[in-house]
Design a protein around this ligand. Structure first.
Ligand code: ACO
Length: 324
């Protein structure tokens, strides 16, 4: 009998304020048309003054916990993926833990930028597989609006704020649960690409928070290659072909990256969950936000084979294959 980690509930939270491309065009030299054509983005949500990453994470977590039908006392670990924590320390996960009223277990952050949620899910799955945790809250939450240079049109139009969460639980893979759960995780990084995508600040370098800096065209090139290769790796590992996938829930950076991935793998675009037009790039939050949407509206059904994949700063990239 195999024990697998099963996602038993998803939740999402987006800040109330929506900023359209037209509004951004009043701030920097850009147009709605340029942003739509190059990225597919139409709008993004931006956190209110004083609204922190942990606030977004908490709201998404409450929704995930309620969808899972568990109580906070069932949770024995929180893994929060973020590159925009409330503070340098302690982890934003411990803040969520306190706000949930959870007084036992462990809570910590994972940092892999846009691949953060895939990394966090991998970490949580490993804790479950070795028997050190049974029920883990896995969160992706970001307030990238705080680290954007709002005078740089090449980056500020691309990102948004938000949070998504899932409850991951150990379940015996037998009876009706047969083969359900996370089937595989693959994570990678290559630190040589630091200068293509980074934040030019931090406590031990400049003592400031800094701003996101990116060589967009180079990142794009690597993203297209890595998003395709990591999916091929995952499918081969599981003895699956692209046609066996019911849903691909990729990190949402740019519509053109998703189109290229679909083309490379000859994957039907209808099978890809796309939210980038409404959320923009929410980094570690983009996959759990998209998952919560596709589960909530009934697209993802029990038994479906679902692939998650992401690529981000570091570079980092990775995938998970899940039988829902
Ligand atoms: N509005 C109008 N013009 C702009 C804007 C803007 N917001 N931004 C750049 N431009 C101009 C540039 O200045 C340039 O002008 P020039 O030719 O006179 O020099 C022109 O548009 C073309 O710029 P490029 O950077 O070559 O445009 P490109 O087609 O590569 O698109 C983009 C840029 C959208 C950033 C693209 O490279 C991209 O999406 N890269 C991936 C970046 C990404 O997604 N990063 C997120 C983190 S990593 C991840 O999540 C996968």
């Amino acid at each position: 009998m195999i024990q697998r980690s099963v996602i038993i509930g998803c939740g999402a939270y987006l800040p109330e304020r929506i900023v359209t491309n037209a509004e951004l065009a009043k701030q920097v030299e850009t147009t709605d048309e340029w942003i739509r054509q190059r990225t597919g983005i139409e709008q993004r949500h931006i956190a209110a003054d004083g609204e922190k990453t942990s606030d977004l994470a908490l709201a998404a977590s409450k929704n995930a916990i309620s969808a899972a039908g568990i109580s906070v006392s069932d949770i024995d670990m929180i893994v929060l993926a973020t590159a925009t924590p409330d503070e340098t320390f302690p982890s934003s996960a411990t803040r969520v833990q306190a706000e949930l009223g959870m007084t036992r277990g462990a809570a910590f952050d994972v940092q892999a930028v846009c691949t953060g949620f895939v990394y966090a899910l991998n970490v949580a799955d490993n804790f479950i597989r070795v028997g050190q945790a049974k029920t883990v809250l896995v969160i992706g939450a970001e307030t990238f609006s705080r680290i954007l240079d709002w005078s740089d049109r090449t980056t500020c139009v691309l990102f948004g704020d938000g949070a998504g969460a899932v409850v991951l639980q150990a379940q015996d893979s037998e009876g009706t649960n047969r083969d359900r759960g996370i089937l595989s995780n693959h994570i990678h990084s290559d630190g040589r690409h630091h200068n293509l995508l980074y934040v030019d600040g931090g406590p031990s370098s400049t003592k400031t928070v800094g701003h996101l800096r990116m060589v967009g065209r180079e990142v794009f090139r690597h993203a297209v290659a890595n998003m395709a290769s990591v999916l091929v790796e995952a499918l081969e590992f599981n003895g699956l072909s692209p046609a066996d996938l019911d849903w691909l829930v990729p990190h949402q950076a740019n519509r053109r990256i998703l189109d290229s991935t679909a083309q490379k793998l000859r994957l039907d675009m209808e099978k890809i969950v796309v939210t980038v037009q409404r959320h923009a790039n929410t980094s570690a939050a983009s996959i759990p936000l998209a998952l919560a949407e596709a589960v909530g509206d009934g697209r993802i059904q029990p038994g479906n084979v679902v692939a998650l994949e992401a690529m981000g700063g570091g570079f980092t990239w990775g995938s998970s294959i899940i039988r829902w």
